[in-house]
Design a protein around this ligand. Structure first.
Ligand code: PLP
Length: 392
């Protein structure tokens, strides 16, 4: 192992479980170590590099913007930021955009928006938030407080007050959780970190209906599902249900840190000067890259191919021995195994294929959306081989 891993092990906080692997270069679906070893990336940096590594159009765009302008603060307008906001609005339910730098920050912005909106329209009492068990919304205090996985809270309490958790897809729990004091409900159309679980259309429909009835906001966390990952630009398009607020991050700038909180006019208009801010949010370089990302990913033939590749992968995976269930949409796929996933993960790693295991029995596949059919065939071949080896 080279010095990169050695130095990292000494000097970095040990809050991540890292492989003893250091990458120095990426290209398309491939990552390369210092020694020149090549890995097939079925993680996309956790659903971030949707257009693969070092995409030539994005590299060119980043270089162009780097030479022009890096940062001005949000005291002024910049061309990339205005342009990206207009594209996001054109292609979504929303009317206006707030930019930040990470998923958690977009969630914070959404939660603050919901409370402020409720405060201005109905008063301070309307502050309660509904969230789902097994959800993931990020690690900052607000985002953590709506993340329905108690192991993430350990040692960090007290959390934000006023949050109620209900089981996903439980219609009666949903109905019971609502009252006049609820200001919002936050949902992931597909729980990615939770192990790739889809919300049922009836459940989201009911949430929308209850939001209308009780004057609450429907917030979709599309940080993992957005930007073409599921075969639509946004996963809510599969459900045919529009939220009031949506959070985006991960793939928005294909790996440059950028996030967005998008909302309807009547809602986001409560964010007057001074109510919320971010120094780096909407950085010109990241926004310029995101404009190109959106242009590429929004193309209908591109999205159709993502859907088709996802369907083929899911159908074939479901037939393998040892696979209990395959869940997902497009190229966000969870393979639930009949035994712990760790050995399969390690078997794939040994074959130089990178995957993630969000839950102990689930392998998650999030390859770059540009993956080709040959690579899909190769992956399936190796996966089956590894399964056979691990099972016996
Ligand atoms: C990754 C993720 C987040 C958190 O994003 P960060 O950039 O790590 O703060 C929030 N919600 C969902 C659904 C995610 O997948």
């Amino acid at each position: 192992m080279g010095y990169i891993v050695d130095m990292g092990r000494v000097f970095l906080a040990e809050n991540y479980k890292r492989e003893e692997l250091a990458f120095v270069k990426g290209s398309g679906t491939r990552l390369f170590t210092e020694e020149g070893e090549e890995y097939l990336d079925f993680t996309s940096g956790i659903a971030v590099c949707n257009l693969g590594h070092a995409h030539p159009v994005l590299v060119e765009e980043a270089k162009k913007q780097l030479e022009k302008l890096w940062h001005t603060s949000n005291l002024y307008y910049t061309e990339p930021q205005s342009k990206l906001a207009s594209l996001l609005v054109e292609r979504s339910f929303g009317d206006r955009v707030f930019f930040a730098n990470s998923g958690a920050e977009a969630v914070e912005a959404g939660l603050k928006l919901a409370r402020r909106w409720a405060y201005e329209n109905f008063g301070e009492k309307k502050h309660k938030i509904i969230a789902l068990e097994n959800s993931f919304h990020g690690r900052t205090y607000g985002a953590l407080s709506v993340t329905g996985q108690p192991n993430y809270w350990e040692g960090f309490k007290p959390l934000l007050p006023g949050v109620k958790f209900i089981p996903p897809n439980d219609l009666s729990a949903l109905e019971k959780a609502f009252d006049e004091d609820v200001c919002c409900i936050i949902l992931e159309p597909i729980q990615g970190e939770g192990g790739v679980y889809l919300l049922k259309k009836e459940f989201v429909e009911k949430a929308k209906e209850l939001c209308l009835k009780y004057n609450a906001l429907l917030i979709f966390d599309e940080i993992q599902t957005g930007i073409g990952r599921t075969g639509k630009l946004f996963a809510y398009e599969h459900l045919g249900i529009e939220p009031d607020v949506m959070c985006l991050a991960k793939a928005l700038a294909n790996g440059l840190p950028l996030s967005a909180m998008i909302a309807r006019e009547e809602v986001i208009q409560v964010l007057k000067p001074g109510t919320h801010a971010s120094t780096f949010g909407g950085n010109p370089v990241n926004c310029a890259v995101a404009v190109k990302v959106l242009e590429i990913v929004s193309e209908e033939p591109f999205l159709e191919e993502v859907s088709l590749k996802g369907r083929v992968l899911m159908e074939k995976l479901a037939k393998f021995q040892g696979v209990k269930e395959v869940r997902g949409k497009g190229l966000l796929i969870g393979v639930e195994l009949a035994f712990p996933a760790r050995e399969v993960y390690l078997g794939l790693l040994e074959k130089k294929i990178l995957t993630t295991t969000p839950k102990p029995n689930v392998i998650r596949l999030t390859p770059p959306l540009i993956i080709n059919w040959r690579e899909i065939d190769y992956f399936l071949e190796v996966f089956e081989e590894v399964l056979k080896k691990v099972k016996k």
